[in-house]
Design a protein around this ligand. Structure first.
Ligand SMILES: Nc1nc2c(ncn2[C@@H]2O[C@H](COP(=O)(O)OP(=O)(O)O)[C@@H](O)[C@H]2O)c(=O)[nH]1
Ligand SMILES: [Mg+2]
Length: 207
C-alpha cells in the first residue's frame, strides 16, 4: 500500500538566553516544565518533530522544532540554524524589558538567513503577573515598527502550560496553509513559464 509522505516544516526558536526557549521546546516535546535547578547544562542544537492534523480536510503536517540548546550563550547561532526555516518564533520574557528591546536584532538575523520564514513573537512567563513589564501596546508598537513582518503574537507560560500548545497548533495551521499555497504557485509558475517550440511555417517566408 502506498504511504503518504507527511510534509515536514522547520520552526526555529530565537531570542535571548533565559527567556524560555528550551522550556517551550520541552513543553512541545514532552509537555513538562523544569525549574532552574533542574535545567540541562549541555550545549547543542535540539530538534523534535510532532505531527498535527490541520484544516477542514484533516491534512497532516509535521512541525520540526529547533532549539539553540544554549549555544547563544557562548557563540552566535550559525546560519545553518536558520536555513530552510518555515517559521521563526521570537521569544522574550514578559518580565525582562532587555529581552524585548533586543528582538529587532534577532529579527534581522531571521530575515537575513531565513527569508521565507513566517515570523511570530512570543511573550513568555505570563505566570509572573506582578513582574510583567512589557505591555500589549509595546508588542503592538514593535510589530508596527517592523512594517508588519510579524505574522502573529502569542503569550505563553511554560510553567503553567498556558497558551503553549495553542501557539504550536496555530503555527502548524498557518504554516500548512502557506506551504500549500507556495506549492500551488510553483506549479502555476512551471506551467506559465513553459517555453513552447517556435512555430515553423510550412511555406518559406515570401519576404
Ligand atoms: N516563571 C516562569 N519561569 C520560566 C518560564 N519559562 C521558563 N522559565 C524559567 O526561565 C529560565 C530560563 O528558561 P530556559 O528555557 O532555559 O531559557 P532559554 O535560555 O531561552 O532556553 C529557567 O529557569 C526556566 O525554568 C515560565 O513560563 N514561567
Ligand atoms: Mg536554552
Amino acid at each position: 500500500m502506498a504511504t503518504v509522505k507527511v510534509p515536514c516544516q522547520k520552526v526555529i526558536l530565537c531570542g535571548e538566553y533565559g527567556v524560555g526557549k528550551s522550556s517551550l521546546f520541552r513543553r512541545f516535546a514532552m509537555d513538562t516544565f523544569v525549574s532552574a535547578s533542574d535545567r540541562r547544562s549541555t550545549l547543542g542544537l535540539d530538534q523534535f518533530e510532532k505531527t498535527y492534523t490541520v484544516g477542514p480536510d484533516q491534512r497532516q503536517i509535521k512541525l520540526q522544532l529547533w532549539d539553540t540548546g544554549g549555544l547563544e550563550r557562548v557563540a552566535s547561532v550559525t546560519s545553518s540554524y536558520f536555513k530552510f526555516a518555515e517559521a521563526a518564533i521570537l521569544v522574550f520574557a514578559l518580565d525582562n524589558i532587555d529581552s524585548f528591546n533586543i528582538l529587532s536584532q534577532h529579527l534581522l538575523e531571521i530575515v537575513t538567513h531565513a527569508e521565507h520564514a513566517k515570523i511570530y513573537v512570543c511573550g513568555n512567563k505570563t505566570d509572573l503577573k506582578h513582574d510583567v513589564v512589557v505591555t500589549d501596546a509595546d508588542i503592538q508598537m514593535f510589530c508596527e515598527q517592523c512594517h508588519n513582518v510579524v505574522t502573529g503574537t502569542f503569550k505563553t507560560s511554560c510553567k503553567t502550560g498556558e497558551g503553549v500548545q495553542e501557539m504550536f497548533a496555530e503555527i502548524s495551521r498557518q504554516v500548512a496553509v502557506s506551504s500549500r499555497s507556495r506549492k500551488e504557485l510553483e506549479r502555476l509558475d512551471d506551467r506559465s513559464f513553459r517555453v513552447e517550440a517556435p512555430h515553423t511555417p510550412d511555406e518559406p517566408c515570401s519576404c
